[in-house]
Write a protein that binds this ligand. Structure first.
Ligand code: ZN
Length: 474
């Protein structure tokens, strides 16, 4: 990233994180980055007026989805495995191999050392160790059943995204809320490494408490029903576990990073594009599953109460993303759903298989190029994939540099104009809104004027539309 672009990105990061360094959330360990819930990211008032992200109607246009072939009995809510059915690849907790010790002398190669460092930084060593130390219990049987059920759901309803990989599952009661949450972790180095899913719930999950009600991770007490409606734990576990498993699928589909690649340090402000797309993919599949449940509840063994639960879940998830405007919102609304809507599951799979994974780790969601790509599949396919068009990539970078204050000689302006035409004005408006609405004590308002002036130099029309979108008089 160029210095200028980085500087504006940092400014935007601070503005969007609350405007003052004191308000920046504390660094979170990587181990919690894939939480289903929306703990990450404040919701600065300045973002509240940006154009509403919309997903039209049901998220699943069923015509685009291959019809599943139902070959087995309906899924039960209990999550129990079918009797005698093997569960290849899912390790019983007591049988799962111990993770590599970061201090171990066996970490000989650079790759192993980097991976050990990653595990150490993420605190994953400890989490994984806890997972393998959990003795066999009714909860672990229940969780293995849930994993089995999740795999069968993928195989039956999302065959293109059905992947199996080594997995440990565990329950953690270390939570202060009645909500159900979960995390997924895997080393970013290489495929088919051990994945870890931890279900966070106060009491051990089991069949006996499936019908108890629990608030979702996206509800809020001050919201009207159904946006604060509690749902049955059995359904919440199915959707939560499915979401976390989808993170594993995403990891297995995208290209591996190379052996020598060192992951950029995480700092609690920057969220990388890999995380945003990963969340977008998991949320998208989770909502597609809800749509399938709602359209064919009998296939999932859902009664009237669970149907209402599923409906509430989707409404709450969508409201939460519209409100939070964080990387879940970005990844889901502006990237994964956009491409899914255009090209269906097959196009989405092709996009994921072609991703430039290292670039995703290096690019932050606050970086200007990432923001310019939002909502435009032809741009983000060019910028984020291995087969992407190099000229388009370079032009996006050049436009980002220019918008951040770099000089642009007259002969470069046509190239910048061409790429600006392809950028979504709504994406520019989201970029501008925090500068417009944030109080002057937290932001230099001249940044906004300079940005508009720079855009006007390229296109008066775009500048005008942008000002209109932000309710500005220019
Ligand atoms: Zn997630």
């Amino acid at each position: 990233m160029g210095t200028c672009r980085g500087a504006l990105a940092l400014i935007l990061a601070v503005v969007e994180a609350g405007g003052a360094l004191g308000a920046v959330p504390a660094a979170r360990p990587r181990a919690s980055r894939m939480m289903t819930g929306m703990a990450a990211g404040p919701n600065p008032a300045g973002l509240a007026v940006s154009p509403e992200p919309r997903i039209d109607g049901l998220i699943a246009p069923s015509l685009l989805v291959p019809r599943p072939t139902l070959t087995q009995a309906a899924l039960a809510l209990s999550g129990e495995s079918e009797a005698g059915r093997a569960l290849p690849g899912v390790a019983r907790l007591s049988e799962a191999p111990r993770p590599e010790n970061p201090d171990s002398k066996s970490a000989e190669s650079g790759k192993d050392a980097a991976e050990a460092e990653f595990l150490h930084r993420a605190g994953l060593g400890a989490a994984a160790a806890a997972a393998v130390e959990v003795p066999d219990s009714p909860a672990s049987d229940y969780l293995l059943g849930l994993a089995d059920q999740t795999r069968r759901t993928f195989a039956r309803h999302f065959p293109l995204f059905h992947r199996e990989f080594p997995l440990t599952v565990a329950h953690s009661g270390r939570t202060d809320t009645d909500m159900i949450n979960a995390s997924h972790d895997v080393s970013p180095y290489g495929k088919s490494r051990m994945h870890h899913i931890v279900l966070l719930e106060k009491m051990p999950p089991g069949k006996s408490n499936e019908r108890e009600l629990a608030p979702t991770a996206f509800s809020a007490d001050d919201l009207p029903s159904p946006l604060n409606r509690a749902v049955r734990r059995g359904l919440a576990r199915i959707l939560t576990f499915f979401h976390e498993y989808a993170h594993g699928v995403f990891h297995e589909i995208i290209p591996s990073i190379s052996r020598g690649f060192i992951l950029p340090e995480e700092d609690g402000i920057r969220i990388n594009a890999e995380t945003a797309l990963n969340e977008g993919f998991a949320v998208m599949l989770e909502l597609l599953l809800v749509d399938k449940m709602l359209s064919r509840p009998g296939d999932f063994g859902l009664g009237p109460e669970e149907i209402e639960d599923a409906r509430s879940w989707k409404a709450q998830r969508l409201r939460d993303m519209r409100h939070a405007r964080n990387h879940y919102t970005q990844g889901t609304f502006y990237f994964i759903h956009k491409i899914y809507k255009q090209e269906g599951e097959a196009g989405l799979l092709k996009f994921l298989e072609d991703l430039d994974t290292q670039r995703l780790y290096e690019l932050a969601t606050h970086d200007l190029p990432f923001r310019l790509l939002e909502g435009r599949p032809e741009l983000f396919k060019a910028y984020l994939t291995n087969s992407g068009d190099q000229a388009t990539r370079a032009a996006v970078d050049a436009l980002a540099d220019y918008l951040a204050g770099a000089d642009a000689p007259e002969q470069d302006l046509d190239r910048l104009r061409d790429i600006l035409k392809r950028v979504d004005v709504s994406a520019l408006a989201r970029l501008l809104n925090p500068l417009v609405k944030t109080s002057v004590t937290r932001c230099d308002p001249s940044l906004c004027a300079r940005l508009i002036a720079r855009i006007a130099r390229l296109s008066q029309d775009t500048a005008k539309r942008l000002a209109d979108a932000c309710h500005l008089n220019i």
